[in-house]
Design a protein around this ligand. Structure first.
Ligand SMILES: [Zn+2]
Length: 326
């Protein structure tokens, strides 16, 4: 009896200590080295650099894990082909693995591991098929961009994939998962859960973020790895900037007093890097400030492959704060 109780207590402690802040649904544990090895292997036999394969793969993984109509990415590869896309639109055999049939029916399926079959469930075949698709117009980044356009038919998606590829290229690894709290913990700051509250200025809007109140000039840090996607003045956000992270999440920092060193569009950042300073800019024409107390407006947005939507950053902020404190 005592033994069982002790076991139950240990089990509860174990379960409650699991990280609950992981994005979306829980990802299976796959070694980043294995993943990168697969990208390198495929890159070696195609015209597509490994970091572009990594970017397309990660983009699709992020979309799959938030869209309910697609199966979650559970294996080493996040890429997803519809069975009919793989075997060919007019192919009646939706499970076809025969390369000749698939080619005849204009399917995208390919044999990447040399076993003579184009298997939609084999990661090497799937990655190789994507690399072939991306080489359709020939080698070089401009041709690959064209192929990405053809395939996704969405400028935003192409932009996100190219940004992601820059991150992988620069850091030369695929595990870019670290996070930081946006305000140094030793500074004075205060925040509450305010996402979804109503806002009056400039028409009725919903508050898409968390306000972290702090003194003028308090450093603001990047909360993740990422690429600066947007920077400059906006009548609502004042001096603001947006960072796209490797999970394809967009982090918005508003009402800044100014920006950090080397912070410009396209720059790559690391968690904890200073990107700006707390201010009260916004709610008017360029340069307006002081219409409200100084604070950092912090927003998070996900992209589902066709549109972007806001979600509540508060639980993530709390988790990053806790993590840094320990
Ligand atoms: Zn705000």
């Amino acid at each position: 009896m005592l033994k069982r109780m002790v076991f139950a207590i240990i089990a509860v402690i174990f379960i409650s200590s699991l990280p609950q802040w992981a994005y979306g649904r829980e990802q299976p544990k796959i070694s980043p080295d294995d993943r990168k090895a697969l990208y390198l292997k495929t890159a070696a036999v195609t015209d597509v650099p490994w970091y572009l394969l990594a970017a397309v793969d990660q983009y699709e993984r992020s979309v799959r894990n938030i869209r309910r109509d697609l199966p979650d990415a559970e294996g080493i590869i996040g890429l997803y082909f519809e069975p009919q896309q793989w075997t060919g639109p007019l192919n009646l055999n939706k499970k076809d693995k025969n390369i000749l049939d698939i080619t005849l029916f204009d399917g995208l399926g390919k044999d990447g591991n040399g076993d003579g079959l184009a298997d939609i469930n084999n990661p090497e075949d799937v990655l190789y098929a994507m690399a072939e698709k991306l080489s359709e117009h020939g080698p070089g980044i401009n041709n690959i961009k064209l192929a990405l356009w053809d395939y996704y038919q969405r400028g935003k998606t192409v932009e996100m994939i190219l940004q992601l590829s820059k991150l992988y290229h620069h850091f030369n690894r695929v595990d870019l998962d670290g996070h930081a709290f946006p305000i140094p913990l030793r500074m004075n700051y205060d925040y509450n859960s305010t996402w979804g509250a109503r806002r009056g200025w400039g028409g009725l809007r919903i508050h898409e973020g968390t306000d972290i109140f702090a003194d003028y000039g308090t450093p603001v840090k990047a909360t993740s790895y990422g690429v600066i996607e947007m920077i400059g003045w906006n009548k609502f956000g004042g001096w603001r900037l947006g960072i796209r992270d490797p999970q394809n999440i967009y982090h918005y920092y508003g009402h800044l007093r100014g920006y950090g060193k080397h912070i410009k569009k396209g720059a790559l950042v690391k968690p904890g890097q200073i990107i700006g300073y707390v201010g009260s800019s916004g709610y008017g024409p360029k340069g307006t400030q002081g219409k409200f107390p100084p604070h950092l407006h912090y927003g998070m947005y996900r992209d589902n492959g066709s549109t972007e939507f806001s979600f509540d950053p508060y639980p993530y902020l709390r988790a990053w704060e806790r993590q840094e404190r320990n």
